[in-house]
Write a protein that binds this ligand. Sequence first.
Ligand SMILES: [Fe+2]
Length: 260
Amino acid sequence: MLTGQPPVDWMEAVSENYLAPGGRPVAVLEKVRREVPVALHGVSLAIGSTDPLDRPYLAALRALVDRIEPAIVSDHLCWGRHGGRYAHDLWPLPFTEEALSHVVERVERVQETLGRQVLLENVSSYVAFRESTMSEWEFIGAVARRADCGILLDVNNIYVSARNHGFAAADYIAGVPADRVAQFHLAGHSDKGAYLFDSHDAKVPEAVWDLYRMAVARFGQVPSLIEWDDKIPELEVLVGESRRAASIEAEVLGRRAVGS
Ligand SMILES: [Fe+2]
C-alpha cells in the first residue's frame, strides 16, 4: 500500500488508532492522506450512552480531524460505554422518543465540538429492546433530520440485523431518507445457524451484493467501503471487492466504472 500509488480511490481509518499525536501510525496516515482522501471512522463515541460525552476523546479527535482534514468523519448509532467503562462493542439502542431526543442533543454537541457534520452508522445487532416504538430505519432517519447529521449505511449490517430480527431488508433501504446517506459499508458475515454474525472476515456474500444493488438504485452514487478486519486476505482480493462495488454501482447507474 505504501510503496506506490494506492490501488483505491480513498481509504478509511479507525480514528482511535491515530489519536496519539505522533509516532508511526499518524505518519503512515499522513502519507496515505497525501495520496488519497481519507475517512475517519470512530468506534468509541458512544453517542447513545447516558454517560457524559467524553471530552478528552473529542478533543483528541478534533486535533486529528484538523491534522488529516478527512473527507468524512463517522461513528456508530449505538452505546457501548456506561459508568466510565467501555464495552468495546457496539450495542443497539432502544428506538424510542426518549432515546431519540437524547441522541439528537448529543450529536449536535459533537458536531459543534468537531466543527463539522458527522455520519452515524447503523450497527448489526443480535438483541432488541421491547420498549422500541419505531423501526430502526425510522429512528436513524429521525436522528439524521433532527440533528442535521449524515448516515453511513452499512448494507451488510442491514442484512445481518434483518435476518436476526426478522424484518425485510428492503423495507430498511426504502425507509431511510435518501438525502442523508453519504457513505456505504460492505462486509462479510458468518452464518451461525440461529443467527448471522457480523464477522468482517470474508468476501461480501451474494445476498449482500443484491441488497447493495437496491441501495445504489435508491441512494445513487455514494462512496462505498469494504470492511475486512479479520483473516485479512491478499491485497488483490480486497481491492477486487472494491472494484466489484464500483462495477455494480456503474451497472446500476448505467455508467462506465471508473478505472475500467
Ligand atoms: Fe460498518
